[in-house]
Design a protein around this ligand. Sequence first.
Ligand code: PLP
Length: 389
Amino acid sequence: MSIPYGKQSISKEDIDKVVEILKSDFITQGPAVETFENNLSSYTGAKHVLSFNSATSALHVACLSAGLSHGDILWTSPISFVASSNCALYCGAKIDFVDIDKNTFNISIDALKAKLKIAELENKLPKIIIPVHLAGLPCQLKELKSLSEDYGFKIIEDASHAIGAEYFGSKIGSCDYSDAVVFSFHPVKIITSGEGGALLTNDHDIFSKSELLRSHGIQKNKDLLFENHGDWYYEQQLLGFNYRMTDIQAALGSSQLQRIEEFIEKRNLVAKQYIRRLSHLPLEFQTVDSELKSSYHLFIIKVLVDEIGISHKQIFSSLRKRGIGVNLHYIPIYRQPYYKNFYNYNSKDFLNSEDYYSSAISIPMYPTLTAREIDFVVNEIQAIFDNEQ
Ligand SMILES: *Cc1c(COP(=O)(O)O)cnc(C)c1O
């Protein structure tokens, strides 16, 4: 048996919806894009939704629209995909990282508070903080929002893992606690559009600037700066990009969104089984407070390596050899060679991130995982530990 760590689920209906678009007049810049955006808005409660060709593009544009520019500073979690911090670099801003919490693996509020105090004294406060809902577990948004009011930074949630997750009864994506939220629809994520992303916001200025930036900075019909020459007229008002989603992708996204409840429930059921069947082993899992609902994009186990006679690396490679497509999400971003060119980290500042990196493993998690496959994963993990006793 060979089981990947994540996998999309495409139904016949998903395929039919895509084919329908392929046979229609518009395969891009047509009505399916707006329909998908409206569907995301109804689902999350966010006032404005813009689809993008990736979450990476959406993060870039969100940063620009929130005013990030040369010399500004952006903070995020080092335990994330590189896109969470590359978006700052695209804008010419500086990047810094805040250590994670050892129980949730999300940005640590204590570490953040301490770092903000020092940054204020040194006049190096961040303009934007990007909390990442790792594996679909919501960050402490109330605490983040309150700190943003004290220190004047903006919040862009990297919710690439977290569509379908809930925080105190509010859906991730509602923007109840942030300036903007970004989703990813890459095939390993909760719902997919092939490639794709979305930017959600309740802020009209962020919305209208992002809409321009998504498509070359070009404005047509409304809010013109110069005189309208005629029906052909358009204006490039900003230096934008082509970050648009196609209607083919949007149709798949809308169809997948209809199935999201089923996906989230199934992922939560798999997580429940893993927790029940693995908790007697020297492992730790993300702590999920009762007010939160994780979308379980990933299921991460942390191996208590000090308590056993086998290394993290050995367990990882042994699972791969046994046909279990484990992964590690993520290498701390500050360790990447590219980041070493300009970011000198002190591992003492990132004790929890370093500890996480030396012990975390993502095990298979997707909605179509069968009971047999779950048995297989659980039994193989058990066998590795049994061999070590
Ligand atoms: C996948 C991912 C991204 C990037 O998403 P794309 O749609 O592939 O650009 C950004 N941040 C996190 C945390 C991710 O997991």
